[in-house]
Design a protein around this ligand. Structure first.
Ligand code: ARG
Length: 301
């Protein structure tokens, strides 16, 4: 099952989460300071009405508090230098997907971004991974398919299994290459609602058994897959999912969830599942369509 693609529950015969080999939890996160962060052009529905409205001092304070929240949760933070002219580089999740292979080798698969304004970010990450002992892989040249890294490709906590979103920023065909890069099977999930343009806006594994989702983001076949594989599925209300980007929570070691403040129903679910909840304010970044999860890249190994 090492590099299989699961597209519907009919593909799941013989599949069991228990049989997925273990995968270490992330060893830390990579973040990029918001020195050049701006909302310049509308690339997703969150951005409309916010062009030119970023309060830079406030964004910096919010970013520092998020960085401290990762530290306090026991998750070491590494930094990549912000590059001038790359207004979205603060959203570190998107330009790559990092992980380990079964033999422990650290791998980073570079993204192929949908928007030209974000394509230059990838070279900075390529350099960073090269300097930090990763095998750096690129998607096959020549294709038009796009892939937005851990914005759409999400590791199952503690398991050698990847959840792959597609529909707006990533194309389904690239997941064959994702599966081969990490020697891990991929479960494909189709996003059907533009508000939830990345998988990380509507799907957040909390523990190996429990996931938080916003159901209206998915087609029926994808919901079936989620319900079949996760024993516990909790949902975010529209208020929390859209207004607070609550599914964009960053969960550290299946123990502490770092998320936008004010997502009351979601934080109640998290408490009920035994997670610690750390509320932060990412309002300046929600103007661009991102919150705690996508402001970092999980690192492994
Ligand atoms: N403005 C950025 C974009 O539209 C936000 C990306 C947020 N990332 C995420 N994974 N949700 O590309």
């Amino acid at each position: 099952m090492s590099a299989r693609i699961y597209r519907s529950i009919h593909d799941l015969q013989g599949f069991s989460l228990k049989n997925c080999p273990p995968m270490p939890q992330p060893s830390g996160v990579l973040m990029c300071a918001p020195d050049h962060y701006q909302v310049l052009a509308v690339k997703n529905p969150y951005m409309s009405g916010h062009v030119g409205t970023v309060d830079h001092a406030k964004a910096r304070r919010q970013w520092e508090a998020l960085r401290e929240a990762f530290d306090a949760a026991g998750c070491p933070v590494s930094l990549i230098d912000p590059a001038p002219g790359l207004e979205d580089m603060v959203f570190c999740a998107n330009s790559s997907l990092a992980g380990t292979r079964p033999d422990g080798e650290k791998v980073a698969l570079l993204s192929s971004m949908r928007h030209p304004s974000r394509r230059r970010e990838v070279a900075s990450f390529e350099r960073w991974y090269g300097e930090h002992g990763y095998r750096v892989l690129k998607l096959k040249a020549g294709g038009h398919a796009t892939f937005e890294g851990s914005g759409d490709a999400v590791w199952h906590p503690g398991k050698r299994l990847i959840w792959g979103g597609f529909g707006f920023r990533s194309d389904p065909e690239i997941y064959e290459q994702v599966a081969k890069a990490f020697h891990a099977p991929v479960v494909l999930l189709k996003l059907v609602n533009e508000r939830f343009y990345h998988l990380d806006t509507c799907f957040c594994p909390l523990t190996p058994e429990a996931v938080l989702i916003h159901p209206a983001a998915f087609d029926a076949a994808s919901l079936e897959l989620i319900l079949k594989i996760f024993p516990i599925v909790v949902t975010a209300t529209e208020h929390d999912a859209v207004g607070k980007m609550a599914c964009n929570a960053a969960v550290v070691n299946s123990r502490t969830a770092i998320l936008q403040k004010g997502a009351t129903t979601v934080s109640n679910h998290m408490h009920a599942l035994g997670l610690g909840v750390c509320e932060v304010d990412t309002s300046e970044f929600i103007k661009s369509g991102g919150s705690a999860y996508c402001m970092k890249q999980y690192l492994f190994g």
